[in-house]
Write a protein that binds this ligand. Structure first.
Ligand code: IVH
Length: 675
């Protein structure tokens, strides 16, 4: 069947659009459509290509899924060798590099440098011919590497075709393939679940993923590419500035570092090094330093090379993020949900410029898998904002028989039993709120930024308050007095006052934050948000059965069970009730309730006596949800007194003032009317 012209045109149009969106996303970091909209375009293209297989082309955005496994990698000779870099470890060494370079070039004035972070991945070369990606190779020994074209083609940030109408005849783009920290964590998590290989760091994960013979597996790995230079170049005159060359690459669709800068002296390079070092922990990927390259490419050629490194470029390294130290002991920390986490006590050591003496060992399965023993020399890694972790023991340095860490049979904090739930890696203390550690953690969590965000209520303070018996649960927070607080260590009256204010302020919150703050096992922010959106009020969440809970997005049987279990504890229900009585509240969410807000706005009610089927507090909340004020005493301004069974003197007072009195039926009508 002939291919309709309209389909041919649509395919071309879709490819162009998808390529443009790729460029916007990966190179310019400025996507203009959502991921879903992108997927829709991609699916439409796939559909057309399935219908008309003759239209499939190697550079189609659909061709990133990998292909049949290869038996080995072919060798590729690099026509222009891939060099390595000299290192500087302090300011003096960097200044000496600049002096040497100026001497050689016989220049007195300051040199311009192109600066960018040194990504911690592995170097590759991409060859484009007439705009098409025709070959990708690893650096290898610099003279020849391995042909990894099939794998490179699966990396979404590597363009299969360059942008622009006049692509160079041949252009070799060089850069680093790496894995960002989020992708690395996700990969290790799924590898662990599947019982597969767990990688020690993102660099190893990137190297391992790129060198797989089955490119279909590479396609599933979160690899990224960022270019830092060119090699072979034919049929185009590249700019004579390193920085402008990189801008040219960006223009033709190649990702380039977002942190790239053109600096006009070595002093500015010192400053750049400092600035990037300060940002290191907040970058989403590992870097091990910054690289400075002489900007003028004519002068680069004049400066030349020594052995295998250019004289015109240098890496100013950062402190290592992986170091060795001795594991002195393993303690067990009790978390909010009672889970016992093994914590490594280390001989103090600087990691990435920060002193570290504790690191996580995750759980017992991890300890076993890594075969870590007390007394081992271990590799400790600290990257990004995360807690340092023990990566592995250094087996060559193990001497004699060393003890394996063991999970205690009883909780180190409250001496309750420690049990392992069937099918779960975690061991838990069964003490619940009897356990001071769990109480402390629950309170810290409630006060944390993403929960009720109580400023000034730090971890140390919570620990002191629990240890001194001032608070037992989150509900007690709202009973704290100025005297009590001022009596605490390192607590001036001013800070005590501020904390009371912060507690008061925290009462205005959102339902989602409140649900999250309760610290129900496996109910994170997103789940809390979904629960709040679905149920609209806390009572409904508290009373929902597991089936109803599972109607909420992302809530499966386990989480539903956790929520049910939490609210089945009388103690937890009590705590929620007490907190609400203290005035913690949130705006109502759904449209009908928005409507209610208006209906009773400006009105004031007093509730007295016992209402059937709901507490005074619940009644008050219903009224407040409609915008009403609820007061404790009757005045001429009171709109009505709601009088249940056995009312007190308030009814008499209302009669005296001529204020309307509503009985249960009247109250129900009032609430009914607003709907
Ligand atoms: S330039 C002629 N720039 O570091 C200069 N390398 O230690 C050749 N690397 O093999 C390299 N980020 O794998 C350069 N911005 C950057 C880099 C970078 C990471 C890696 C690359 C290279 C190694 C040299």
């Amino acid at each position: 069947m002939p291919i309709p012209e309209s389909s041919r045109a649509e395919v071309a149009q879709l490819r162009q659009e998808l390529n443009e969106h790729n460029h916007l996303y990966y190179v310019l970091d400025a996507p203009v459509i959502t991921d879903q909209a992108y997927d829709r375009l991609l699916r439409r293209l796939q559909q057309l290509e399935t219908e008309y297989p003759e239209l499939v082309s190697a550079d189609s955005p659909t061709q990133r899924v990998g292909s049949e496994p290869a038996s080995h990698f072919e060798t590729v000779a690099h026509e222009v060798p891939m060099l390595s870099l000299d290192n500087a470890f302090d300011d003096e060494e960097l200044l000496a590099f600049d002096r040497r370079l100026r001497d050689r070039l016989e220049r007195d004035s300051a040199l311009d440098y192109c600066a960018e972070p040194k990504l911690d991945g592995l170097a590759i070369s991409l060859l484009y011919e007439a705009g098409d990606l025709v070959r990708a190779a690893t650096r290898g020994d610099g003279r020849s590497g391995e042909n990894i074209t099939a794998n490179a083609r699966t990396i979404a940030s590597i363009p299969l075709r360059l942008l622009g109408r006049n692509p160079p005849r041949r252009l070799e783009v060089r850069g680093e393939v790496y894995m960002d920290l989020e992708g690395f964590d996700a990969l290790n998590r799924s590898q662990r679940e599947a019982g597969g290989k767990v990688f020690a760091n993102p660099r190893n994960a990137a190297a391992g993923s790129l060198r797989l013979l089955d490119s279909r597996i590479t396609a599933s790995r979160p690899l990224t590419f960022c270019s830092y230079g060119t090699g072979l170049c034919e049929g185009v005159e590249l700019p004579g500035s390193q920085f402008r060359q990189m801008q040219y690459l960006r223009d033709i669709g190649i990702p380039v570092s977002r942190q790239i800068e053109l600096l006009d002296s070595i002093e500015d390079c010192l400053d750049y090094h400092q600035r990037i070092l300060e940002r290191r922990d907040s970058l989403p990927f590992d870097i091990d330093g910054v690289v400075f390259k002489l900007d003028n490419t004519q002068w680069q050629r004049e400066a030349g090379f020594v052995s295998r490194a250019p004289r015109w470029a240098i890496a100013y390294k950062f402190p290592a993020q992986e170091v060795m130290t001795r594991l002195l002991d393993v303690d067990f920390q009790v978390g909010r949900t009672g889970a016992l986490t093994p914590v490594a006590r280390l001989e103090p050591v600087a990691v990435g410029g920060v002193m570290v003496s504790n690191a996580t060992l995750h759980n017992m399965d991890e300890i076993e898998r890594k075969d870590v023993r007390i007394g081992d020399v271990v590799i400790v890694r600290r990257a990004g904002d995360v807690i340092p972790e023990v990566v592995a023991p250094v087996l060559q340095q193990r001497e004699g028989r060393l003890k394996r860490p063991r999970m205690p049979a009883r909780c180190p904090v409250c001496d309750s039993e420690v049990l392992q739930q069937p099918g779960q890696a975690a061991y838990r203390c069964v003490g619940g709120l009897v356990c001071a550690a769990q109480r402390k953690e629950a309170i810290k969590h409630y006060a944390s930024r993403k929960a009720l965000d109580i400023e000034g209520l730090g971890d140390k303070l919570v620990e002191q308050m629990v240890e001194q018996g001032m608070i037992d649960s989150i509900a007690d927070l709202y009973h704290l007095s100025l005297e009590q607080l001022s009596g605490l260590e390192r607590m001036a009256e001013k800070s005590a006052r501020n904390l009371l204010d912060a507690l008061e302020q925290s009462k205005q919150t959102t339902l989602a934050r409140f649900i999250f703050a309760l610290g129900i096992r496996e109910v994170g922010e997103a789940t809390a948000e979904a629960l709040a959106g679905y149920f609209g009020n806390i009572e409904a969440v508290m009373d929902a059965d597991e089936e109803a809970l599972q109607q909420v997005e992302d809530v499966g049987p386990v989480v539903a069970g956790n929520i049910r279990h939490f609210f089945d504890q009388e103690n937890n229900r009590d705590i929620v009730e007490k907190i609400l009585l203290q005035g913690v509240n949130w705006p109502q969410q759904d449209a009908t309730q928005q409507q209610q807000v208006q209906t009773l706005e400006g009105k004031t009610y007093v509730i007295t006596g016992t209402l059937e089927g709901l507490s005074r507090d619940q009644a008050a909340r219903l009224l407040k949800a409609c915008g009403a004020r609820v007061s404790g005493s009757v005045s001429a301004k009171t709109t009505a007194v709601i009088s249940g069974d056995k009312p007190g003197s308030k009814v008499a007072r209302a009669e005296e003032l001529g204020v309307e009195i509503l009985d249960q039926a009247g109250f129900e009508r009032l609430l009914g009317d607003r709907e």
